[in-house]
Design a binder for this molecule. Structure first.
Ligand code: NAD
Length: 250
């Protein structure tokens, strides 16, 4: 008799020694943060601002900041969901090594995962960094500067532009983060991708890296992904209820 997919994933988790989680926007929709395609979502109403435009134009920078402040208001209202909490528990117990994420909402860290166990491939929408010296600044302080001066903020130390710490269109991913993600993926025995359409790089290749390293692959998503045929376990369903069911026997 074949086990139902949730029971199968539960037993795969019990048998695993080193789990790696990979997450996309779908893990945060039940926390109130729309994914890219949700009708009327934050992102569908606006064309993205490419990195080169941010560098070249003060108007583009001010538009980018006003979007960042709006998104930060949504991120700070959101609470981590069942899946975030489930992952944080397994990472704390040492049964999972990391959460690699495409998300910029900071919910893995807020669910209790130590920042050195989160690889945020698309950066962070919850704080800012100087493009020159890398100094971190908080978005509240950036907003105060924009409100008071009407200008985009610059670094107090080196005078270069500040920018929300996200990877914008046209901006390269961090080599260091990419290496970390590849290392975690090749050194696990179970790779669980949650809430990602697995259609863009490097999301589409990390499950393959894990598979090539001998790991089993599990996918939890509301719709099909291009890697479903390759996976050892596929669950098509709402993420919250799936992780509620998984957590029942934990
Ligand atoms: P994606 O490619 O990761 O797709 C999200 C997937 O999740 C879709 O297949 C969707 O059907 C599924 N999904 C959504 N809600 C679900 C639920 N409750 N249960 C089960 N499945 C669910 O992500 P995207 O939306 O195409 O976004 C692309 C990029 O945009 C992200 O990688 C990220 O950089 C950025 N983004 C980030 C956030 C965030 O930080 N929370 C949100 C939106 C977009």
């Amino acid at each position: 008799m074949t086990a139902d997919p949730v029971s199968l994933l539960r037993s795969m988790i019990e048998e695993a020694g080193r789990i790696v989680f990979f997450t996309g926007a779908g893990i945060s929709t039940e926390s109130g943060i729309p994914d890219y395609r949700s009708p009327g979502g934050l992102w569908t109403r606006m064309q993205p601002i490419p990195y080169q435009d941010f560098i070249a134009s003060e108007d583009a920078r001010l538009e980018d900041w006003s979007r960042r402040f709006m998104m930060q208001a949504v991120f700070s209202e959101a609470e981590p969901g069942k899946a975030h909490t489930f992952m944080a528990d397994l990472i704390r117990q040492g049964r999972a090594s990391a959460a690699i994420t495409q998300n910029i909402d900071g919910l893995h860290e807020r669910s209790g995962v130590s920042p050195d166990r989160v690889v945020a491939l698309h950066g962070h929408g919850t704080f800012s960094r100087c493009l020159g010296c890398g100094e971190r600044a908080e978005l509240d302080d950036m907003q105060r500067i924009v409100d008071e001066t009407g200008l985009s903020p610059r670094c107090e130390t080196c005078g270069e532009l500040h920018k929300a710490a996200v990877i914008s269109f046209g901006q390269a991913l961090s080599e260091q983060d990419l290496h970390k993600a590849i290392n975690y993926s090749s050194d696990c025995d179970l790779f669980i991708a949650v809430g990602s359409s697995l259609q863009v790089q490097p999301a589409a290749s990390l499950p393959l890296v894990a598979k090539q390293g001998g790991a089993r692959l599990a996918l939890v998503n509301g719709e099909e992904t291009p890697l479903d045929d390759l996976a050892d376990c596929v669950i098509h369903g709402q993420i919250g209820p799936v992780f509620d069911a998984l957590a029942e026997n934990e």
